[in-house]
Design a binder for this molecule. Structure first.
Ligand SMILES: Cc1ncc(C[n+]2csc(CCOP(=O)(O)OP(=O)(O)O)c2C)c(N)n1
Ligand SMILES: [Mg+2]
Length: 371
């Protein structure tokens, strides 16, 4: 049954008066209040092919330019609520996703645009999602921090720090139970290193030898808190404590990330259990777009400039040559211009249907009840 579609049983308020149950529950199973929204493309989307340096460069550029466009749309008020830009960290998403196969999965974070694009989410659908439009990947109801597409194995971005890890562990356990050799990636930041749920996830994954790749994107800060003042011991030390093989990798180097991820994914797929990568990276922008309006001094311009010198894009462009990189830049620009046009032409959802699609079963609040 499609979300919001009529259920088998008639709504309670249509039952004859003498048999009508006393209405105490605030929910009912009822048809959606609005006609179905324009749903994302019916044809199953394809996982992004990242198997050549050119394809990886093109994806790095796609993520970078997508984020730049999104920043502009936040500034102009088209995207409301702010976003957490991924600019600077692209090598992690592209390197890790290049190591995955079509049946694999990932659990993302609040800074997740790069992860879902690198997995193959259509940038037009994603931009529409950020703008809250019905053409969005989640009909405009998820926004920046809840983009998901199970057809691509994207289990969802996540606004709760560290919360992708147990989801990834659960998915990996389910895959193992089903006899699948799929591997699931859990992306998280250095800020998750002190979350109990991450440690519980590492423990279960190790105990049950689950095919999970834990990817810590250590960008040095959790909001404005430097990791050096918040994280006792080390990231890889936490994984090692559970007997999980852990590697530190240059998170500004797509090929280094890919090589480390490929090794870990192959081992996990062959029953070797979980692995942990600490990718040392940096976000060139603020923690979120609101930071532009604040006068914060938690990092120096010199520090930002020194990391910009390690920008993953020029390094990847060098590998394929300037002319080819320029041609791919133009291709990406055209694709994103069309994506923006699609997003802006897509309508906002009808407010009357705000409670639709909350439950796959079609359950929705009764008229007049406070949800
Ligand atoms: C459990 C939880 N605590 C606090 C927050 C508020 N919060 C949102 S993002 C963030 C910092 C996360 O830092 P990190 O994990 O390093 O990721 P980054 O933002 O650097 O990508 C915090 C504390 C939250 N969303 N969830
Ligand atoms: Mg961080």
């Amino acid at each position: 049954m499609t979300p919001g579609a009529p259920a088998d049983s008639a709504p309670a308020d249509s039952a004859p008066a003498d048999t009508a149950p006393v209405e105490t529950a605030p929910f009912e199973t009822a048809p959606a209040a609005t006609a179905p929204d324009t749903s994302p493309a019916d044809a199953p989307p394809a996982v992004a092919a990242l198997d050549t340096p050119e394809r990886r460069y093109r994806m790095l550029r796609l993520i970078r330019s997508f984020e730049e466009r999104a920043l502009g749309l936040v500034k102009s008020g088209v995207i409301t609520g702010g976003i957490h830009p991924y600019i600077g960290q692209e090598a992690v998403a592209v390197g890790v996703c290049a190591a995955l196969g079509p049946g694999d999965r990932l659990a993302s974070t609040h800074r997740g645009h790069g992860h879902v694009l690198a997995r193959g989410l259509d940038p037009a659908r994603m931009l529409a999602e950020l703008a809250g439009r019905v053409g969005g990947s989640n009909r405009g109801r998820g926004g920046s921090m809840h983009a998901a597409d199970l057809r691509l194995g994207i289990l969802g971005a996540n606004g709760i720090v560290g919360a992708g890890a147990p989801i990834a562990v659960g998915a990996a356990w389910a895959d193992r139970q089903a006899g699948s050799d799929a591997v699931t990636v859990a992306f998280f930041g250095d800020g998750a290193l002190n979350q109990g749920v991450l440690l519980e996830s590492l423990n279960l994954a190790a105990m049950w030898r689950l095919p999970v790749l834990f990817v810590c994107e250590n960008n040095g800060y959790a909001t404005t808190l430097p990791a050096g003042t918040a994280v006792a011991g080390s990231a890889v030390g936490r994984a090692a404590a559970f007997g999980i093989p852990a590697t530190e990798v240059d998170g500004m180097d797509t090929e280094a990330v890919r090589a480390a991820a490929e090794e870990a994914v192959a081992r996990a797929r062959n029953g070797g259990g979980p692995a942990f990568l600490e990718c040392r990276t940096y976000r060139f922008e603020g923690h979120h777009t609101m930071e532009r309006l604040m006068k914060l001094h938690y990092r120096t311009p010199e520090e930002v400039a020194s990391w910009r010198e390690r920008d993953p894009l020029p390094r990847a462009a060098d590998a394929i040559g300037a002319a080819r990189a320029a041609a791919l830049d133009a291709e990406v620009d055209a694709r994103l211009a069309a994506a923006e046009e699609f997003a802006l032409a897509s309508p906002h959802p009808d407010p009357a249907g705000a409670a639709d699609h909350l439950y796959a079963s079609g359950l929705r609040p009764r008229a007049g009840a406070v949800a």
